[in-house]
Design a protein. Sequence first.
Length: 95
Amino acid sequence: MYFIFRLWINWPRDRYASVPVTLHLDLAEISGRIRFGVARSHSFFSFLGDPLMRINVRNEVGKGAYKFKDFPQISEYITKKLKAFVHNKIVHPHS
């Protein structure tokens, strides 16, 4: 899965310039204990404890001859946010 968006630079004034950013996300592996449940008219699942997740993130910043690839800070930030989302929304109980 990949996303394409623009990063706006707000200095020296608002919307001064934009930089195209492309993110390629690959959830290579996810494993853990899962709990399934059914309650009245809906079903749900949650992980019992944090799952083991292997996420590959590639990024490209810029366009054409000025394209830079694989900034580790961007990859680490996206990976950290995805793991935090899974922990906060899908892991039960929240530890």
